[in-house]
Design a protein around this ligand. Structure first.
Ligand SMILES: [Zn+2]
Length: 191
């Protein structure tokens, strides 16, 4: 084997100067819309396996909105937009297999939080993107063992879940958390 390799011409070394495209994948390669078996309507399922940390879907925006509505996605404090493609069809779970990551188009990519197998429905937690949930039935039907019972926004997400989700949440949520806290108390001067 070593002798064979020695006969092969060495590959020239070079330093890439052209930045590769951000993604070579189509936004929705590897996923498709299907009617879910659990009677919750449409869902997006994986048509190939995804590894933890892998981008499952590339998000893109198709228009800004002047306010929140039941199909809007929050893209900043007090800012909402309409997501394109299959992204709006990804259902909520209180124990989701995906998180979200802001991309250069100011939309959110879905990123696998754990390995995802073929045929598995993609889910994320609405609290990863919305500070409050204003347009959703109060009782959650996600079916996860750790379902918290109602679809809450980030504001009402238990602190342990905020830690679990790590970086895979909209960055403005943690900023908004900070804004809610009262300003630091002024320490009384020692008498
Ligand atoms: Zn739930």
């Amino acid at each position: 084997m070593a002798a064979t390799l020695a006969l092969l011409p060495r590959r020239p070394r070079y330093v890439a100067t052209i930045r590769p495209p951000l993604t070579t994948r189509l936004p929705e390669e590897g996923v498709e819309l299907r009617r879910t078996a659990n009677g919750k309507g449409d869902g997006v399922v994986a048509t190939r396996p995804f590894a933890a940390g892998e981008t499952v879907m590339v998000g893109f925006l198709i228009g800004a909105l002047t306010g929140n509505d039941s199909h809007a996605t929050q893209v900043g404090p007090g800012r909402w937009s309409r997501l394109g493609g299959l992204a709006p069809k990804v259902n909520h779970s209180c124990d989701p297999n995906c998180g979200v990551r802001l991309n250069e188009g100011q939309a959110f990519d879905y990123v696998a939080r754990r390995p995802i197998s073929v045929g598995e429905e993609l889910t994320f937690d609405y609290a990863m993107r919305n500070f409050t949930i204003d347009h959703f039935p109060p009782v959650c039907t996600c079916g996860a063992a750790r379902c918290r019972g109602s679809v809450t926004g980030w504001k009402d997400l238990p602190a342990a879940r905020k830690v679990d989700y790590g970086e895979l949440v909209a960055p403005y949520l943690r900023v908004m958390d900070g804004d809610l806290r009262s300003p630091p108390a002024v320490r009384a001067a020692p008498s």
